[in-house]
Design a protein around this ligand. Structure first.
Ligand code: TYD
Ligand code: MG
Length: 423
């Protein structure tokens, strides 16, 4: 360690000759830099990136192995390479051999696209090559396979991942190409690769979905050039990923009417309303402490909703197992789903199906009060568009009580009212 950094180093530090330049300060107001955005032609991806790919930006695409990252990025490559201006696109695979990528391209019907394909893991070689290119988009699949010879650790280790990314990012910024880094995340949450990169890149996208389901959600968790929480919805088909322009219709496609424990939540994902079916199953427990299992929602949030139903509505759930499922494999994080969860639980416990033309949203407070949530009109409009004719919504403040949507609205102020509505 340098002596100037040690204790009492201030005087040492100031006596050392400074080689720094003076930095320039500017006012907060000034001409905005117009971002140069490249539209990929895949609308779901463009939206998640904030309206297209920004030149010189670095995008980390994380997700479980086998979820479809390579498929998505190969499709992105081909789309961009086929644009009228024919931007130069480079796909560098460190995981699969050339033939494997070619087979996939053929399966996707993309083999004629002018993509530059290479299989390599040597960062030095890759940098030397890209240095001479006129690249617009570069894909590194995956960053965990890349290797920089001056770092001693093995590929995939934190040091390698960090050093390789640093070199690539520097080049992307200098040459102004869009850099996609693919990173695997394991189910155990062990994310030595991608997580250490999150602060180094401009945008972090997670590609999610359940293996057994065909929906795939591309979610922005960080974006220096756009809003986070934005999602893109895809469906994995035989011929690759297909954009889903109307996710609500898809998520509700398998809903069966007249079944207790099911209700439709009118949610918002990013800037877009999404309707999903919430399913609850309440059954007498065979265990000493009842089981609570959740797929697609926060289990702490479920515990809270159940506690409120017990404490404020006198429901007895302590001898019941409760299972909660967000149908279709979507993961919801909005507290606005509280009321829908509560209603699904009540419906299952009482074995009374809910009206199938009804949607619901609202946040529940600990005293049982129903709180207003963001963008109620947008949620209602989406529900109306999909043929729903009634809704249970928060009472809210008096000035936003009027909604210009032609639906039968039940505005409620606390959870007790919810129970009365159906008894
Ligand atoms: P892949 O893109 O290799 O996943 P990742 O790069 O995230 O590891 O996705 C592979 C899975 O997708 C594989 O299980 C097969 C499936 N798949 C399809 O269903 N249709 C297709 O057209 C393709 C190319 C893959
Ligand atoms: Mg892959």
């Amino acid at each position: 360690m340098e002596e100037t950094v040690g204790g009492g180093g201030f005087s040492n530090f100031s006596s050392k000759k400074s080689k720094g330049h003076e930095i320039e300060f500017v006012p907060l107001i000034g001409a905005e830099e117009q971002l140069d955005r490249l539209s990929t032609g895949i609308k779901e991806l463009d939206r998640v990136c904030g309206g297209g790919l920004v030149a010189g930006s670095v995008i980390l695409v994380g997700g479980d192995p086998g979820i479809g990252k390579s498929t998505l990025l190969l499709q992105v490559c081909a789309k961009v390479a086929d644009l009228p201006a024919h931007p130069e696109v480079y796909y560098i695979s460190g995981e699969e051999a050339i033939d494997q990528v070619r087979i996939r391209a053929k399966r996707l019907g993309l083999e004629k696209s002018p993509v530059n394909l290479a299989a390599s893991t040597e960062i030095r070689d890759i940098i030397t090559t890209l240095e001479k290119s006129n690249a617009a988009v570069v894909i590194i699949d995956s960053i965990q396979t890349m290797y920089l010879d001056e770092i001693e650790s093995t590929p995939g280790s934190v040091n390698q991942v960090r050093a390789c990314s640093y070199e690539l990012i520097k080049l992307a910024k200098r040459k102004g190409f869009v850099l996609f880094l693919v990173g695997h995340v394991t189910k155990q949450g062990l994310v030595a690769g991608p997580r250490v990169l999150e602060h180094m890149v401009d945008t972090v996208l997670y590609f999610e979905g359940e293996r057994g389901h065909h929906f795939r959600i591309l979610r922005a968790v960080k974006n220096r050039y756009g809003a986070t929480d934005e999602i893109g919805v895809f469906e994995m088909q035989d011929k690759g990923l297909v954009e889903v322009a109307n996710p609500s219709a898809l998520f509700l496609a398998e809903r069966q009417g007249n079944i207790s424990g099911s209700c439709v939540f009118a949610g918002i994902e990013g800037s877009r309303p999404v309707l999903v079916e919430i399913q609850a199953l309440v059954s007498p427990t065979g265990y000493s402490s009842p089981k609570r299992a959740v797929v697609g929602w926060d289990s702490n949030r479920l515990a809270m909703v159940l506690a409120v139903l017990e404490a404020r509505c006198g429901m007895n759930l302590s001898s019941q197992d409760v299972y909660l499922n967000i149908a279709g494999g979507l993961r919801i994080s909005e507290p606005a789903a509280d009321l829908a969860v509560a209603l699904a639980v009540i419906s299952s416990l009482t074995n009374k199906p809910l009206p199938s033309d009804m949607v619901i949203f609202g946040e529940i407070g600990l005293s049982g009060e129903i709180r207003a949530v963001s963008q109620p009109s947008l949620r209602l409009k989406e529900a109306k568009k999909l043929g729903f004719s009634s809704a249970i919504i928060p009472q809210g403040r008096s000035n936003d009580k009027k909604f210009s949507v032609d639906m039968n609205l039940h505005q409620i102020g606390n959870v007790q009212r919810l129970i009365n509505l159906f008894n």
